[in-house]
Design a protein around this ligand. Structure first.
Ligand code: SAM
Ligand code: SF4
Length: 334
């Protein structure tokens, strides 16, 4: 990885003038949890392993992207750590000269045993989903146990991963009494906290909508107890940050529904089967896997990527057409 500028940093400009410099890479659509807003209970209709992009195929696509100006990649899923040898893929990707930032989104249930190898492979920026600190509420949301997540987080902290960001999906009637507890937990451990609004995706759309909570309300609730001041966070992501006065704690608010941020969208998503999705909430896509397996050349692959960016839609329509997104978040790469 290097932190210098890339050779061709203006190649990926979409029709709305947005520069694409970030790829979210789904390494699997499988997960060992079943968060009710993300994956339906009992869901098993997963992609067949022969359709998964191999690590070498992934490296080829990401290399082409970096040569076109992409500098940041996030490993996600599904749960990325259920796929074997992710540290070895991380090593392949951090070796790419154009990549300056490799990060991971995980539920942390399997992080305890993998944190050290991932850190050694050059991956230290992680986002961990954690919606509750109460074991019974955690179980109700995810179907799993809280303790392995806490163990994974402590292992990540111990090996020096940083920053560690907690993603908490704020849900009416589920965890809306825990926002302050989560603030204190993050203060205690030096984690960043980000609240996320539920988005209606695929078969879990109704559950997400039923518990939707406008984050402006969460901000108001916290401001009654805490001295919040506007904060900054480098990275150009969708979160708007506040800081608690006289602390290092930054609290991000990701508001895809109440205040969408499509005008600054800088990302595309590559699914486990090599489908390049141009928007989380729309169906515009290009299938790269057949091209890779038919032996496309590097330069033709780059042309395909440039043309794909031309298909990027202006915005998602989660609010106006919630029924429109038929894919699950775990398929697209959340
Ligand atoms: N398994 C990993 C994890 O949970 O962090 C990575 C994949 S997960 C799909 C990525 C993020 O998407 C998580 O923070 C999760 O809370 C969020 N997510 C999934 N479904 C969502 C939904 N319907 N609305 C809002 N956020 C959602
Ligand atoms: Fe799994 Fe992450 Fe989806 Fe939860 S949010 S079901 S942990 S992929």
């Amino acid at each position: 990885m290097n932190t210098g500028t890339t050779q061709n940093n203006s190649a990926l400009i979409d029709p709305f003038g947005r520069r694409i410099e970030y790829v979210r890479l789904s390494l699997t659509d499988k997960c060992n949890l079943r968060c009710f807003y993300c994956m339906p209970k009992g869901f098993t209709d997963f992609e067949q392993p022969e359709n998964w992009l191999t690590f070498d195929e992934i490296e080829r696509v990401i290399k082409a992207f970096t040569e076109l100006g992409v500098a940041r990649v996030r490993l996600t899923g599904g749960e990325p750590l259920v796929r074997k040898n992710i540290a070895s893929l991380a090593q392949q990707l951090t070796a790419l000269p154009g990549l300056s930032d490799l990060s991971l989104s995980t539920n942390a249930t399997l992080l305890d045993k993998q944190a050290d190898a991932l850190k050694q492979a050059g991956l230290s920026r992680i986002n961990v989903s954690l919606d509750s600190l109460k074991p019974e509420v955690f179980k109700n949301i995810t179907g799993g146990e809280l303790q392995p997540v806490l163990d994974g987080l402590m292992a990540a902290k111990k090996v020096g991963m940083s920053p560690i960001k907690i993603n908490m999906v704020a849900m009416k009637g589920i965890n809306d009494d825990e926002f302050e507890d989560m603030v204190n937990f993050c203060l205690q451990h030096g984690f960043t906290l980000r609240f996320i609004e539920t988005m209606p995706m695929g078969a879990t759309g109704d559950d997400a909508t039923n518990h939707y909570l406008d984050l402006q309300q969460v901000k108001k609730q916290l401001a009654e107890k805490l001295d919040l001041i506007p904060g900054v966070m480098p990275g150009g992501g969708p979160a708007r940050y506040m800081q608690i006065k006289n602390t290092d704690l930054r609290i991000g608010f990701i508001t895809p529904i109440s205040q969408h941020f499509c005008e600054t969208c800088n990302r595309v998503r590559l699914s486990v089967d090599g489908t390049l999705y141009l928007c989380l909430g729309q169906d515009d896509k290009v299938e790269l896997q057949p091209l890779l397996r038919q032996g496309i050349s590097d330069s033709a692959l780059k042309t395909v990527l440039i043309n794909a960016i031309g298909l990027k839609p202006e915005k998602h329509e989660f609010k106006d057409k919630p029924e429109q997104v038929v894919r699950l978040m775990s398929m697209t790469g959340g």
